[in-house]
Design a protein around this ligand. Structure first.
Ligand SMILES: [Cu+2]
Length: 256
């Protein structure tokens, strides 16, 4: 999302909100890979989701039933900004409300909600493997209101302690300087363009082993079949076969 892969921070965002005081309103506290957006209390929030992918994605927002203002048809384009996404669109006077809405391939949609629900809310594709691969943003709604009104039950802290999850400080678990993000979890680098040296070596050896394998099969397959001669010319082998046949028929008789 926005060129960033979501990666879980060392401290869950909710606990960072509750333990960083006034700095909780600064998105940097939550690290470079949580895609965090700070929403003030009572704003009208508009999201334009542009989908550059050729697949559909059902997007889900926690904490709200948003209003759906517009959704582009398939291949309608995916470079919309707030000015042009609603151009020529008849926004319904009573928009439908959803908590999940799918964006069409290489297209967009526009939704709105009011930020009257302080909390930490994920915005993510609801195909779970897209969640696992990081197609997520985080809305941190009215963090200072949240600090005043939320009490976390003790058993939540107990669970975190048991799972060795930190519960205070910034995304890196730093409680002294919340803008020091040393050691924060980050996403892997994007795939390199073209082939790397390791890739070329792997490809060369794969090709060599493939040709060797084919050569062995060709060599083996072009050999004369000689086993029938051996059986016919060798009494011992012939006896073996007869013995085997008779014991098989014995076995069959016994089963009958
Ligand atoms: Cu998806």
């Amino acid at each position: 999302m926005n060129g960033s892969t979501w990666v879980a921070p060392k401290v869950p965002v909710l606990y960072s909100v509750l333990t960083t005081g006034e700095n909780a309103t600064d998105a940097r506290v939550y690290g470079p890979n949580t895609n965090s957006f700070i929403l003030e209390y009572g704003q009208v929030v508009e999201i334009i989701l542009n989908n550059a992918d050729a697949g559909k994605h059902p997007f889900h927002l926690h904490g709200h039933d948003f209003q759906v203002l517009a959704r582009g048809e398939e291949n309608a384009g995916y470079n919309f900004t707030s000015d042009d996404a609603l151009t020529g669109v008849n926004v319904p006077s009573i928009p439908m409300r959803r908590d999940t809405f799918w964006v069409k391939p290489q297209s967009y949609f526009v939704i709105r909600f009011r930020s009257f629900n302080p909390g930490v809310w994920l915005w993510h594709c609801h195909l779970e493997w897209h969640v696992a691969s990081g197609l997520i943003a985080t809305f941190i709604e009215a963090p200072l209101e949240l600090q005043k009104n939320l009490t976390v039950p003790q058993n939540h802290f107990d669970t975190c302690r048991a799972g060795k999850v930190l519960t205070s400080g910034n995304a890196a678990g730093n409680t002294v300087d919340v803008f020091d993000l040393k050691g924060v979890p980050t996403s892997p680098a994007p795939l390199p363009n073209g082939f790397t040296a390791r890739g070329i070596v792997a490809l060369v050896f794969s090709c060599i082993s493939a040709f060797l394998g084919m050569a062995v099969i060709a060599w083996y397959g072009s050999k004369e079949i000689g086993t029938s001669k051996l059986v016919a010319g060798n009494k011992k082998h012939g006896e073996d076969i007869i013995a085997k046949e008779s014991s098989d028929s014995l076995l069959v008789d016994q089963i009958r």
